[in-house]
Design a protein around this ligand. Structure first.
Ligand SMILES: [Zn+2]
Length: 321
């Protein structure tokens, strides 16, 4: 429940289809083998994700796992709605997990940062039990919009983001997880799209949702960073791609992701990943650019629920890849 002084947002939620881990393991492996030379999927006990190379704010991604899809691209374009800002502590209470460990992609708060930017959420909230929040989030932004080749990725200690966030929340505990390792991409799909499409082809209209973290351990990847809000309305995919800035970034990249095999009529963004690093790279993941060399290592779980917060009334499909 929201506290009396907090904003409240329209909220919908749906249960997902949660297949047995060992079944999902087989399904994912079949798909990954079509897209990568080497692939393995195992059910393991979650490693301590606060340690290198993961550097997350909580040791695990287990306990009440849920997708939290907030706002949306329709609040960013054709013209931005700058009033759409969300505080993660409020969101956590809204989805009945006040002490949540929240990870994943979003837009940073233009109010806090001073301009539009990418946000990489990595925060364990104190919740109602006292103590303090452990915030290890990042933002990626252009220091100067006149030079579209330069970007900075920096620590971000605020819990505010918006106008869109596609998050994965859990109690942040260690438990059983799926470990996915692949090497050398031979197919056309990026790592996440490959798994999402495979789940969709096996489970049809039953929504299977996953979230977690993956490491791009070797190679390079194409990432975008949003510049400041566009002066002109962005009405087409071409206009959006001209506005975005794209960069070739280097491993190791820690990537926080969520994906859903089938949208159960919640107007979801069905796949979204943002990455950070300790060497100044980070942003929105599109695909690796070094297919032969690339290596991915993922720790994932199945989400049990999807929460839809402040769903736009007027929607469109632009800018969702
Ligand atoms: Zn993004």
């Amino acid at each position: 429940m929201a506290k009396p002084d907090e904003k409240s947002f329209p909220l919908q939620f749906k249960d997902t289809h949660v297949p047995d881990f060992h079944e999902v393991k087989k399904v994912l492996l079949d798909g990954l083998k079509k897209n990568f030379m080497v692939a393995s999927v195992d059910v393991i006990t979650c490693p301590d994700l606060t340690q290198s190379p993961w550097d997350l704010a909580s040791p695990g991604i287990c306990g009440s796992p849920r997708i939290v899809d907030i706002g949306g691209v329709p609040y960013l374009m054709p013209v931005p709605n700058k009033s759409k800002l969300y505080n993660l502590a409020e969101v956590a209470r809204l989805v009945d997990l006040p002490g949540a460990f929240i990870i994943g992609p979003g837009a940073g708060s233009s109010r806090v940062v001073g301009k539009n930017c990418e946000m990489i959420v990595n925060a364990k909230l104190a919740g109602d039990g006292g103590g303090s929040d452990n915030i290890k989030s990042w933002i990626a932004k252009l220091p100067d919009d006149n030079d579209r080749t330069k970007y900075v990725v920096e620590s971000y200690q605020s819990l505010e983001g918006g106008p869109l966030m596609n998050l994965f929340a859990s109690e942040g505990k260690q438990g059983m997880v799926l470990e996915v390792k692949v090497k050398s991409r031979t197919g056309p799909e990026n790592f996440i799209t490959c798994m999402r499409k495979q789940l969709a082809s096996h489970y049809g209209d039953k929504p299977v949702a996953m979230g977690g973290v993956f490491l791009i351990a070797k190679g390079k990847a194409n990432l975008h960073i949003m510049p400041d809000f566009s002066d002109k309305p962005l009405n087409t995919a071409e206009e959006i791609n001209k506005w975005l800035t794209f960069h070739d970034m280097s491993a190791p990249l820690v990537c926080l992701c969520e994906f859903v095999s089938h949208d159960p009529d919640l107007d979801l963004r069905i796949e979204h990943t943002h990455c950070f690093s300790n060497h100044g790279d980070g942003g929105h993941y599109h695909y690796d650019t070094t297919p032969e060399e690339v290596e991915y290592h993922a720790i994932l779980v199945l989400a049990e629920k999807i929460y839809r917060v402040d769903r736009p009334q007027e929607t469109h499909q632009l800018g969702r890849d």
